[in-house]
Design a protein around this ligand. Structure first.
Ligand code: ARG
Ligand code: ZN
Length: 880
């Protein structure tokens, strides 16, 4: 029984390590039950610091410890459950430690574990302490030599970081390999893989002529699903040279795909380990969204080699230093590979779906948190996605060139160091001779700012004035927020729909610009523009230059005007979203008061004009057609009502489909023209548009032709994108078509766990009333396992986070099911348990009855025996 509550770790308590490690020599004798790990550390006292040698350790069996060859007696060190301390050490010495670990019992998937019978590791954030005693903190950087010995027949492939130094055969069918990584690194970047794996190989020549061997290791039989990840890797390597002048620094780059993985992927130096769903793709198994995600994650992990590995974090509070920056970099990469506006729209959708709610709820924290109980709980949308937005704003303020100068200086100053967010901002300032003092507040202040915009026009002087005000609501532990420095990009559209040149009052601007980034840094501020003709309509926060919630005094017609005319495609989409949200919210009000929802057709007409515009990218039009989600709409309500939101949204969609039926059918037909599948941006766009049209047509659920259209779409699909698009629709149909399609899908893909995740997930998201019964049954399906994080996320996680209507069912069964599963997972894998908990924290936005049910489930979770720090932190903060 747990008596003590886990303690919070605070940024303000940071102290440098008492000892530094120059070199680590590791030897592994790999056995599933009982792996011996010998570690030989070259240790030296940190001149800046005092105190004993503190080594972290977790679930380790200590076999021996020796200083400079002399074995220590038990009374010479202090061994606690989570650390080992030694006092009275010389300033420089060699420490030899031998431990024993049990990879086969490691269901937490942190440290050394088995996936599909192969050994692999995950050390970020604090998994290395589950391998050997070590100062498990990122500001201790060392070079590594790693020797592994294992059964050759079972584990023919032996990999670690850096270069292969030597290999050979041992006794009793064993073989060994020795690797050396010349770059000093923190232990969270250590990795090891031993297994029976197939290899997909290619190579890359860097700008300065280094030949790099590229290898992707996968389970046998998956070699034909590696080509796209490899191509993404090569394009990432080239892009980072061109855009940031950053070249790869070793002769080998390896990627290993494993089925059991807590997150997406991990940037271990030269040995990236990936969740197999973020690597494997073929047209028959992966959707276009999967291809895009694989491209982005391969790039992300590769980009970490500089932003994360060569320059790393001083402590985990600085996580956004590497994650925000690297997300920004992968976003820029994808945006260059594909359509920039579409990429921006997708990223903002993600930000709004995941980060805005987080920042408005009980788990709100700044991108540089000030305290945590379990750092794994801080790999959040805030640290990652809002972190990337903060980097993007700096780029917006400094311009592309200025930003590049800052990046160059950052590497010039900090290569091979463990640094802070502050060091990054200082490099940006110094390289550009600017002051970002006020801007820094984005690092420490949580919450999404609300920005309200009104405007005035003075016809006599042709003066157009923006009146801006900002406010950030209190968040847990943070009150009385300060105004932020917000770079707000704006434009003005004339009555003809064309951009008006911007001449800001009080500035002598010779250049004609059509978009301008305002420095908005007080609570209230006005900006005036001269020579503006009458009837101008402002376009605000173009390209989503700042991650804020905007309310502007647009009339309904002005929104439709922007939707049809804004040259900034992001804002054209934004106008469509705002307009649809407004209309749906009105319908919700009507439904709630028992009236028939009223439909107005202006939105459909504006949509139609975009659909008919041949100059627009089909991928963009598909985005424009995608209405805001039920969750997003509900967040705009005082008290969430998912049922009403669902009804209103469906009603609206059906009404649009009725009005635009002809053009939707035409769009759908045009898309048929059979070309071979290709994952390039243009082909993806064509598929997206056709599937968006089908999505509307499927609202005629009672029409036999339309049902047949979806069934035919499913049956004739020659790629996973089309197949899933149809399956997602059939999944909400109440007839036999649904069962037939699901059974066919299962039959076809039951051997492929990555694809089966889709099968579980689509069912978890069904709107049909008996969905929870089905989900419960699926937990005993042979393809499901609580030990596999992907499966738990696909079935349990998706139900709670992506099926709000059923999760919030009247009887509270949805909540109970989630809590039962969290309690069950707590004992198996606390990280996964804690990551599916957040939906229960949404109780504040529910009606009193649901609030009570949700809170009682949180209390039940908190009363669990042997509750992990991970779940304790999330549940207690969620309860508030
Ligand atoms: N650094 C990895 C990435 O962003 C994430 C790994 C985090 N893993 C964890 N268990 N916290 O690419
Ligand atoms: Zn990352």
């Amino acid at each position: 029984m747990k008596t003590e509550q886990p303690k919070a770790i605070k940024l303000q308590d940071y102290t440098p390590p008492a000892f530094l490690i120059d070199h680590v020599d590791l030897e592994f004798f790999l056995e599933p039950e009982g792996t011996r790990v010998k570690s030989l550390l070259k240790v030296r006292r940190n001149p800046d610091s005092s105190g004993p040698l503190h080594l972290d350790g977790d679930t380790l069996e200590l076999l021996s410890i020796a200083v400079d060859g002399r074995a220590l007696q038990e009374k010479e060190y202090l061994l606690d459950e989570f650390f080992l301390e030694v006092e009275g050490l010389p300033d420089k010495f060699e420490l030899a430690i031998e431990t024993r670990i049990d990879p086969v019992l490691n269901t937490r998937l942190e440290g050394l574990y088995l996936s599909g019978g192969n050994f692999c590791t995950q050390c970020e954030a604090e998994g290395f302490r589950r391998i050997t005693f070590y100062p498990d903190r990122p500001d201790v950087m060392a070079t590594y030599s790693v020797t592994m010995q294992a059964d050759e027949a079972k584990y023919p492939v032996l990999l670690s970081n850096g270069n292969l130094v030597s290999q050979g055969k041992g006794e009793g069918g064993k073989h060994w390999a020795k690797w050396h990584d010349p770059f000093p690194k923190p232990c969270y970047l250590f990795a090891l893989v031993a297994g029976d794996l197939a290899c997909y190989a290619d190579s890359y020549k860097t700008g300065s002529g280094r030949d790099v061997a590229l290898k992707i290791y996968v389970q046998h039989g998956n070699e034909d699903k590696c080509a796209f990840a490899m191509d993404s890797l090569i394009r990432s390597m080239r892009w980072d040279e061109e855009r940031f002048g950053l070249e790869y620094d070793l002769d080998i780059f390896n990627i290993v795909a494993v089925d059991d993985f807590n997150m997406g992927a991990m940037e271990n130096k030269s040995l990236n380990i990936f969740n197999s769903k973020c690597v494997l793709a073929s047209p028959d198994t992966a959707t276009d969204a999967d291809f895009e995600r694989i491209e982005a994650i391969v790039a992300h992990e590769y980009f970490h080699n500089w932003t994360g590995n060569r320059v790393t974090c001083r402590d985990w509070f600085q996580l956004s230093l590497k994650e925000g920056l690297t997300v920004y970099r992968d976003q820029e990469f994808s945006s260059d590979m594909r359509s920039a506006p579409v990429k921006r729209i997708q990223d903002v959708r993600t930000l709004r779906a995941r980060q805005f709610p987080e920042d408005a709820g009980p788990l709100s924290h700044p991108i540089r948190p000030e305290s945590y109980i379990e750092i794994n709980n801080f790999y959040t949308a805030t640290v990652y996605e809002k972190g990337a937005e903060v980097i993007r704003m700096m780029q917006e303020i400094l311009g592309r060139e200025g930003f590049r100068k800052g990046i160059d200086l950052y590497f010039e100053r900090h290569d091979n160091q463990a640094v802070t967010c502050e060091d990054f901002v200082a490099a940006m300032e110094d390289a550009n001779g600017v002051d970002l003092e006020h801007f820094r507040l984005w690092y420490s202040q949580a919450g999404t700012p609300d920005v309200a915009v009104t405007w005035e026009y003075d016809a006599a002087s042709s003066l157009f004035t923006f009146k801006l005000s900002q406010h950030t609501a209190d968040t847990p532990g943070q009150h009385n927020k300060q105004p932020l420095h917000i770079p707000l990009t704006i434009g003005l559209l004339g009555q003809d729909g064309q951009d008006i040149p911007l001449i800001q009052q009080g500035t002598n601007s010779g250049d004609r610009t059509y978009s301008k980034t305002l420095r908005f840094d007080c609570e209230q501020q006005n900006f005036s523009f001269t020579d503006v003709p009458p009837g101008a309509v402002p376009s605000i926060n173009r390209g989503f230059s700042a991650p804020v919630k905007l309310s502007a005094m647009y009339s309904d017609d002005e929104l439709l005007f922007l939707m049809e005319n804004d040259s900034d495609l992001f804002n054209r989409w934004e106008a469509a979203q705002s307009s649809a949200t407004r209309l749906i919210l009105k319908m919700i009000g009507e439904i709630q008061s028992g009236r028939e929802p009223q439909y107005v057709s202006g939105f459909a007409r504006a949509l139609a004009s975009n659909m008919a515009n041949p100059d627009l990218d089909p991928a963009f039009v598909a985005q424009l057609m995608t209405l805001p989600s039920i969750s997003y709409i509900s967040e705009q309500m005082q008290v969430a009502d998912f049922d009403a939101a669902e009804k209103a949204r469906s009603f609206f969609k059906h009404a649009i489909a009725t009005e635009l039926c002809g053009s939707l059918k035409a769009l759908y037909q045009q898309g048929v023209a059979g070309t071979a599948y290709s994952p390039d941006a243009a082909s993806m766009g064509r598929r997206a548009l056709r599937n968006a049209a089908m999505d509307y047509l499927a609202t005629f659920e009672d029409d036999r032709d339309c049902r047949e259209l979806v069934v035919r779409h499913y049956e004739t699909a020659d790629n996973m994108t089309d197949r899933m698009a149809a399956l997602a629709l059939l999944n909400d149909f109440s007839g036999a078509e649904r069962e037939v399609a699901l059974a066919a899908f299962e039959q076809r893909y039951q051997q492929d766990p990555v694809v089966m995740d889709k099968w579980f997930m689509v069912q978890a998201c069904s709107r049909l009333p008996d969905v929870l019964q089905r989900i419960k049954k699926l937990t005993s399906h042979p393809g499901f396992s609580y030990k596999n994080p992907n499966k738990v996320r696909a079935l349990v996680g998706a139900f709670a986070s992506a099926n709000p209507v059923r999760f919030h069912a009247e009887d509270g069964e949805g909540y109970r099911f989630l809590a039962d599963n969290i309690i069950h997972m707590n004992a198996i894998n606390p990280q996964v348990a804690s990551r599916i908990l957040a939906p229960l924290g949404g109780w504040r936005r529910m009606n009193p009855k649901h609030q009570k049910m949700m809170k009682s489930e949180l209390k039940r979770i908190l009363a669990t025996e042997k509750l992990s720090g991970d779940v304790y932190e999330m549940a207690s903060k969620s309860l508030g």
